[in-house]
Design a binder for this molecule. Structure first.
Ligand code: ZN
Length: 384
């Protein structure tokens, strides 16, 4: 019987099997223990068609604008940041995401208020005296949602995030003074846009809702993500995971080239690392734990602000360190868009896996580094 099966039928069987696996109630922990089967893991035909729509040209188009000199390095707050926010919202609108901010696609905050909070942080430098501003300085997280297909699970959420701010212009720089932040983190921002586009195009959406969001103020100390964490638009206890995308455009890692490869921060703090690794196996991406930076950089991006609220949230990156990091030379022409397509295929498969499965990712209760996040999770979910 198997011999008579043509390739098409085999592909269909493979698709069914993978759908079955996704729909099964086997916990991620069990999957991890069972290990990887000898046969190369596959994705469903529908998911393959979805990831095939991730486009290098599309990401190049968005990134070339966001990292252009016109936006003056997207400092928080600045006109360049506002332009970027409006541009991202325009993409979300074109894609058809549902606007769920307090102002359309924007979750707004007053920078003058947030600035005071930053100054009250322990160890913060004492700023020079300033006149009290009389009008608010509005800053924006940009947020849209794709509702899930399951009548019950659609009230739970998976976050796909990146920060769209950077460090602006530095007047005392010799030569080029604009810090374009092409890799940090226009690359993550356009990945969020592209992933929103391909998920919106799916005929049958994942069961859970997917929230696409880009943050202001990461470079000022995770300010936008902390603001969301304290003023969530969707209940934190219903937000089951977060994948934050940072520095996925440059393959010239300071420690050597990183092609078809991505790292996860806090790799084994929760099940999310193993899920992304599995997605990498299905899409030909090496997903790895950097021996030092995986744990060290867990607190270096916006996932930290969400983890502090209990959400299993991690950052994926291609290069943790690269030659133009926080320099004016972090420019669009140095981005490897074909590699970004590969990386985002793995991210898409991981997001779909989490958003479609009845099981939810868990913090690892045996990892002491995850203890405080697990504690925060338990406070949100006292009966579980
Ligand atoms: Zn960054």
């Amino acid at each position: 019987m198997q011999k008579k099966m043509n390739r098409m039928k085999l592909a269909c069987v493979a698709a069914l099997v993978s759908q079955c696996l996704m729909a099964s109630s086997v916990s991620f922990a069990q999957v991890k223990e069972t290990g990887v089967s000898k046969k190369a893991p596959t994705i469903s035909a529908a998911m393959q068609a979805t990831v095939d729509r991730i486009s290098a040209d599309s990401m190049r188009g968005h990134l070339t604008f966001l990292a252009s000199d016109l936006l003056e390095g997207r400092d928080t707050p600045s006109r360049g940041l506002d332009l970027a926010a409006e541009y991202i919202a325009a993409q979300f609108r074109a894609i058809g995401l549902e606007a769920v901010g307090n102002d359309g696609y924007f979750q707004t905050a007053d920078w003058n208020v947030l600035k005071k909070e930053i100054r009250r942080r322990p160890g913060a430098p004492v700023p020079p005296a300033e006149a009290e501003p009389t009008t608010p300085t509005i800053v924006r997280n940009v947020i849209g949602v794709l509702r899930g297909s399951d009548p019950v699970l659609r009230d739970s959420y998976v976050l796909v995030t990146a920060h769209y701010d950077h460090v602006g212009i530095k007047a005392n720089e010799v030569g080029d003074k604009i810090f374009n932040g092409a890799n940090d983190d226009a690359s993550g921002t356009v990945s969020v846009i592209e992933l929103a586009k391909v998920f919106a195009s799916m005929k049958e959406r994942p069961k859970r809702s997917i929230v696409f969001m880009t943050f202001f103020g990461e470079e000022k100390g995770l300010v936008g993500s902390r603001y969301y964490g304290k003023n969530p638009i969707f209940p934190i206890e219903k937000t089951i995971a977060g994948i934050n995308i940072e520095q996925v455009g440059r393959t010239d890692d300071s420690e050597g080239p990183q092609v078809a490869s991505l790292g996860v921060t806090g790799f084994d703090f929760s099940d999310v690392g193993a899920i992304i690794k599995q997605a990498g196996e299905k899409t030909g991406i090496n997903v790895w734990k950097h021996p030092v930076n995986s744990d060290k950089y867990f607190g270096a991006s916006d996932n930290q602000a969400l983890a502090d609220q209990g959400i299993p949230a991690h950052t994926i990156s291609v290069a943790y360190a690269f030659p133009d990091y926080h320099r004016p030379g972090d420019e669009a022409h140095k981005i490897d868009y074909d590699n970004m397509v590969k990386v985002n295929r793995a991210v898409a498969v991981a997001v779909e896996q989490i958003a479609h499965s009845p099981a939810i990712p868990k913090w690892d209760d045996k990892n002491p580094k995850a203890a405080k996040y697990l504690e925060a999770w338990k406070q949100r979910n006292p009966n579980k």
